[in-house]
Ligand binder design. Sequence first.
Ligand code: HPA
Length: 285
Amino acid sequence: MTHSSDLRARLDAATASIRARDSRTPDIALVLGSGLSPFADTLVDATVIPFPEIAHMPVVTVPGHAGKLVLGRLPGVPDSPVIAALAGRVHFYEGHSMDTVVFPARMLIALGAKTVVLTNAAGGISPTCRPGDLVLISDHLNLQGTNPLIGPNDSALGLRFPDMTRVYDPALRALAQASAHAEGTELREGVYVALTGPSYETPAEIRMLRAMGADLVGMSTVPEAIAARHMGARVLGISCVTNLAAGVSATELSHDEVEHTAKATRDRFIRVVCRTLAAIGKADR
Ligand code: HPA
């Protein structure tokens, strides 16, 4: 069990190890989901810091997830905001504590990022979802059975009982919508439900989740969104629908399918995210 005072010391050590390599304050933190890590390699004026070189950063184990922080600017965007991109994510199903799962996002907010953009690969529950769709997260259901804020609260970081009425910032969503439109991509909105995984859902579970109001299902994002709101950062969430959820189509699910669709959708996803980040930077100036 790690404690809140210890959390502040770990955040201080982690941000110090980043600042020693690059003194820029990031404007936007970007967490890249399954198959989307290559976005980090498109950044220019970049400083690349492997996770093991950052104090207290957890080790990433899932195939398809590299582990590095890239600080840099958007290519071809004059006055680009400074982006801190995490290529590689830690998941609860890997056996990490929730505290560890949200540490990288907290670290980038502690470094100065006021906005956190969370991306993921998700299964499509809604009958209108198609693999390859990009969906803006409008709200979430936390069904991971725990909460990253459980434990002593450090009031210097945030409130004991933070509000979650608008986790996914409406103004950021409007910027993302406009950016996708400009890229010629439709960006629908949906409710994302997080389960622990790592097994995929059963068809009965998917019917239950649909009845509960979920449009997308995945194993990440929600803890980071809660921790980011706790620290007062604005949050935007974008899912790439990599597969239809279990039972929605007749086929079985595999991580290969998830990675394959994420890869096939990657370029469009990167263009939408890049334009959205540029728009956020512009709106904040
Ligand atoms: N379920 C849970 N997580 C996922 C899925 C899914 O169908 N697809 C990608 N991540």
